[in-house]
Design a protein. Structure first.
Length: 364
């Protein structure tokens, strides 16, 4: 087990910033000891941790763009996905180490690090779904719901106990597992095998599952994703027990997120990948507000009611148009942009484009 505490003196208002985390992750230990620590020797002291955070997360977006090419049967530049995601995982540890090294840890840095990580969840799940031709909305939305609940529950524990806890199968292991699965989609024999539908497997055809066409229409990759969801549910349960449960507001968020997922599933809006992206942003919206509460020590936030209500209206009014999908996406994105912008403005004193020289060097 590894415990870390980061305390930084803020000379502008004589306050202390403290970040506390406990990690049991075997993979994180390997990355930090054998990759991140040696890299610190070649990373210029002047590069701010926030720049490392933004750069590493941008590689995830590039991976998502490459994965989207699978919709057109193209695997051009597919080999870059594992490279980009691996660099992201390294950067996700490197930014914290750089902050400790330069004594520039701050509320803004903590927020940016965790906030940008929330985008990775949706990107990887949607990328997996696209890569293996998974169109079953149940599989897509339940995977998004479970994955974001895992992430949100971890941050809830941070809110309640003031300490992040990374288990043996932490975010690094999860991300690299997802990345391996997406990477394998670029290998035709493996891709074709995992895209085999259950209806094409003899012993399943003759089993009790033959009475469930929706199940038979799933492919092997979809089943793997659902099994991973079951494992994640176990982790969610353990986290909630460890931190003594969650507040009514957090349970309300889960209820509304679940309702939204159901009505997004039932609706027939087929416009690019906007509906699942919008659903991802609904979860990101709540998590970002929870992160603000953590950093600024505020009361836990209320979830959004508007998008869940809109999903119900869209279904019952049969508003299955691209315009409805775009409006929902724009609304939830604006909520996030406004909140994040306001937070950055309040904490702008922590943003630097270049770290100041170490005290020992500046006195020479």
């Amino acid at each position: 087990m590894k415990s870390e505490n980061l305390k930084v003196q803020d000379s502008s208002d004589n306050t202390k910033y403290t970040y506390s985390a406990t990690s049991e992750s075997f993979l994180d230990g390997i990355f930090v000891k054998h990759i991140v620590k040696p890299m610190l020797k070649v990373i210029p002291y002047g590069i701010p941790a926030n720049i490392i955070t933004i750069f590493s997360n941008s590689l995830v977006i590039l991976s998502f763009i490459i994965a989207m090419q699978a919709t057109r049967g193209s695997h051009f530049l597919w080999f870059l996905i594992p490279i980009f995601i691996t660099v992201y995982v390294i950067g996700d540890s490197l930014d914290g180490e750089q902050a400790r090294r330069t004594k520039t840890g701050s509320p803004l840095g903590e927020f940016m690090d965790h906030f940008l990580d929330t985008f990775v969840t949706g990107v990887l799940i949607i990328s997996m779904s696209v890569s293996y031709g998974i169109t079953n909305p149940f599989v897509i939305y339940i995977s998004l719901f479970i994955s974001y609940t895992t992430q949100g529950t971890a941050f809830w524990e941070k809110y309640r106990t003031h300490r992040m806890v990374f288990g043996k199968f932490s975010s690094s292991e999860t991300i690299l597992t997802f990345t391996l699965i997406i990477t394998l989609a670029g290998i035709t024999p493996i891709h074709d095998a995992l895209c085999t539908r259950l209806s094409e497997i003899g012993f399943i055809q003759s089993s009790f599952l033959s009475s469930y066409p929706a199940v038979l229409n799933m492919n092997i990759m979809a089943v793997i994703m659902l099994v991973m969801d079951l494992v994640a549910i176990g982790n969610i349960t353990i986290t909630l027990i460890r931190c003594g449960g969650a507040s009514a507001k957090y349970w309300l968020h889960l209820l509304l997120a679940g309702i939204t997922a159901v009505f997004f599933m039932l609706s027939d809006i087929q416009f690019l990948h906007i509906p699942p992206i919008t659903y991802s942003f609904l979860n990101i919206d709540y998590i970002s507000s929870l992160l603000v509460s953590i950093v600024e020590k505020k009361k836990d936030p209320w979830p959004d009611f508007i998008l869940p209500a809109a999903s119900i209206v869209i279904y019952f009014m049969h508003i299955d148009t691209p315009l409805a999908a775009v409006l929902c996406l724009v609304f939830i994105m604006l909520r996030i942009v406004i909140r994040v912008t306001a937070f950055i403005v309040r904490n702008r004193k922590y943003w630097v484009w270049k770290n100041p020289a170490p005290v020992a060097e500046s006195n020479q």
